[in-house]
Design a binder for this molecule. Structure first.
Ligand SMILES: NC(=O)c1ccc[n+]([C@@H]2O[C@H](COP(=O)([O-])OP(=O)(O)OC[C@H]3O[C@@H](n4cnc5c(N)ncnc54)[C@H](O)[C@@H]3O)[C@@H](O)[C@H]2O)c1
Length: 325
């Protein structure tokens, strides 16, 4: 089976590749633009004969179409995207180009190359497309889209295009909505790496507002595992949420990480004292709250409920791999 993974030098895409490549029947073709958020996973992967890398920007239609026409893949899984909400607030332009135009180019390539019957397309969306909530009620796969940041709006737009290509041209599409991911190899600008690296450098830990916003933390290997399950058993034309339901206010998460950090490093620095509340992000979503009923009930997805252990693995990875600045 030939799988094109876009954005496979990023945090989640690379984790998925490392899992999928273990299956001897799968060939991986990684297409990535190599932005600031990429990590050079190629160093290890390139030695594997069932892995190939192409440095291509998915917003370049001709280059993209050309490579898709050579591979004629069974699957295209689109992880490629600009992903940092704060950057999308400063300048959304590249989010429109990569996340919307890029996704459109993949869909258009499948259609124009007459691969509609052969190639299945999996869009990696986000829980953020459903917007924020203050209630206990969870969003399911049919909940209405109410994106609030330029990032989530770009992801929502891409999802609408994917849906339209399924309804209009019968493209075999699946959309997945993972919640906030954490784990090794996440780029340093995201919340958990920021907290750990501030502990390492004994720097103030900047927390928006009073840290009351709630996020739903999902270990990256669980995400990779769920996407693998969706490829095996997911139904074309469907959407699937991915979450292990670890909802926490940001300040509680910081407290947990600081405690883990102090314990692992045998430090008495009381890292939680480093917290500094800063002006809240404009349009900051209060809480994401998606349900995982569908993926569990319909696809039989299972995961280990050891959030603390997964957090320890992550904190330890940054301690081992991040160099002090
Ligand atoms: N990280 C999360 O918490 C999270 C949660 C839900 C959904 N998602 C979605 O999952 C996907 C992967 O997220 P991530 O955290 O691994 O992102 P990331 O920022 O770590 O990696 C993104 C990768 O995509 C590549 N890329 C960006 N624009 C490209 C383009 N135009 N052409 C080709 N490659 C391009 C980058 O070079 C990078 O390697 C994204 O679509 C994101 O929206 C992420």
């Amino acid at each position: 089976m030939n799988i094109i993974v876009t954005g496979g030098l990023g945090f989640i895409g690379s984790t998925f590749i490392k899992k999928a490549i273990k299956n001897k029947n799968i060939n991986i073709f990684n297409i990535d633009k190599k932005t600031y958020a990429s990590f050079d996973h190629n160093k290890k992967l390139i030695k594997i004969s069932s892995y190939k890398f192409y440095k291509i920007d998915i917003s370049n239609y001709l280059k993209l179409k050309n490579i898709i026409s050579k591979i004629k893949p069974d699957y295209i899984i689109n992880f490629a995207a600009e992903t940092h909400v704060d950057r999308s607030i400063v300048d959304p332009s590249v989010f429109i180009k990569s996340n919307i135009i890029g996704t459109f180019n993949i869909l258009k390539s499948i259609k124009n190359l007459n691969l509609i019957k052969k190639t299945k397309f999996v869009q990696i969306s986000t829980d953020e497309v459903f917007g924020s909530t203050k209630s206990k009620k969870t969003f399911n796969e049919n909940s209405k889209y109410t994106p609030n940041s330029p990032y989530s709006a770009s992801k929502a737009s891409a999802d609408h295009l994917v849906r339209s290509f399924n309804k209009t041209y019968n493209l075999k599409t699946i959309i997945v909505h993972p919640s906030n991911n954490f784990g090794p190899f996440q780029y340093l600008e995201k919340l958990i790496p920021v907290i750990v690296t501030c502990c390492i450098n004994k720097k103030r830990i900047p927390i928006y507002g009073r840290g009351k916003q709630v996020r739903d933390w999902l270990f990256v290997e669980d995400t990779a595992d769920a996407i693998y399950k969706i490829i095996q058993n997911g139904k074309v034309g469907e959407n699937y949420n991915i979450t292990t339901r670890n909802l926490l206010p940001n300040i509680k998460l910081v407290k947990m990480i600081c405690t883990i950090y102090d314990k692992i490093t045998n430090s008495n620095q009381n890292s939680f004292k480093l917290v500094k509340f800063v002006k809240d992000r404009p349009g900051h979503d209060f809480k994401y709250n998606i349900s995982n009923k569908k993926i569990i009930d319909q696809l039989g997805w299972k995961f280990k409920k050891n959030f603390k252990q997964k957090l320890k693995i992550t904190v330890n990875w940054y301690i081992q791999n991040y160099k002090k600045k």
